[in-house]
Design a binder for this molecule. Sequence first.
Ligand code: EPZ
Length: 420
Amino acid sequence: MDVIRVKGGRRLTGEVQVAGAKNAALPILFSTLLTDQRCVVGNLPQVQDVRTALRLLSDLGAEVEEDGSTVAITAGEITSSEAPYELVKTMRASFLVLGPLLARLGHARVSQPGGCAIGGRPVNLHLHALQQLGAELDLVHGYTEARADRLRGAEVQLDFPSVGATEHLMMVASLAHGETVIENAAREPEIVDLAAALRSMGADIEGAGEAIVRVRGASQLGGMNHQVLPDRIEAGTFLIAAAMTRGEVVVRGARSGDLHALLVKLREAGAELEERDDAIVARAARRLAGVDIKTLPYPGFPTDLQAQMMALATVSQGTSVITETVFENRFMHANEFLRFGADISLDGHNAVVRGVEQLSGAPVMATDLRASVSLILVGLVADNTTEVRRVYHLDRGYERIEEKLAALGASIERVKGARG
Ligand code: EPZ
């Protein structure tokens, strides 16, 4: 397994281009199953999860033509309606093929995803919503088996504004008979992007990005033509890295509207942020102040930037209280931060972080995607060398991040095949 080796102490300066958003790309790619027409999706990030999604689509019978960050997918004839355990266990978002397969074929058999490092990750909201649209579901030997002669629109109230359940519903409702109203829908920018992709296929969707989304089903959908939006989490990660290293970085592609909660907190901490049409510039001339963070569904502070903000908090002036309300076990990175000499005390959903002047580089272990990048952020400011192991977590969602950070002046390298 590869190891990422970082030598701390360098200020980040320069310009970095943000890739397409992984968390929009995945549901958008699975939406191509809703039509037998040719779909073109651009600005895809070159990350492991996208490669996994394309492999699954191909296994289901779709034709996949890749050209750099653009892919053409034609699910003209779906030859399988099954997403196997071996694949779903590597990427739980694969579960989202259940609805499109059901809408297209009338049946589907998809391995029910298990938990992951950050929590139990149940899919009860997805399943209950699909049943309300007329799906008959059974759980047999770990697989969700779904059948539906004709899906019909319904009024669905989500108990929690689940991103995945909202995406699942929007995709299925686009081919259901009649109108579906999704109440308490997730409002993330990735939801808005998925709706735009579905509308390019002829879907009739209103209100994406708001708490109530209306979908009027069509009898069939045409081909998609869509450019995936920039990844706000990657963008936010670079803004935090610039602030932590007291550098100056132009994050090209970052969209202020998608990152409002982060910008407010970074400014409160003392960073200087300049919002341009096609970029955000982050500067910090001195050590930042600790700030309190509480993660919430969008537009609240994003849980996917919690670990990165905790990394910043470990070297900020004063104390930060970080509360994680979205996932039940998303503080694993805190235990690894202690190895650097960070001062953190955990109590259930709360982490109290007392900033220290200097951290000491150490060998550490990645546990999940966002935790792995936060370990690199600490390595950028810790003294001596930090080695991050199990970087396959990192490669799932970040495109060549060590190259991007090196181009900004970081002393960072990937040691291939090192003892992980
Ligand atoms: C998406 O996961 C993202 N993944 C996550 O990013 C992100 O952290 C999360 O949304 C929240 O923003 C993708 O888009 C591929 P949820 P998702 O359904 O859809 C509970 C990353 O690092 N819940 O909004 O799974 C659930 O357990 C990943 O890129 C149920 O109880 O998130 C969690 O506590 C990590 N039942 C909360 O809701 C359900 O049926 C939020 O989950 C569904 C969810």
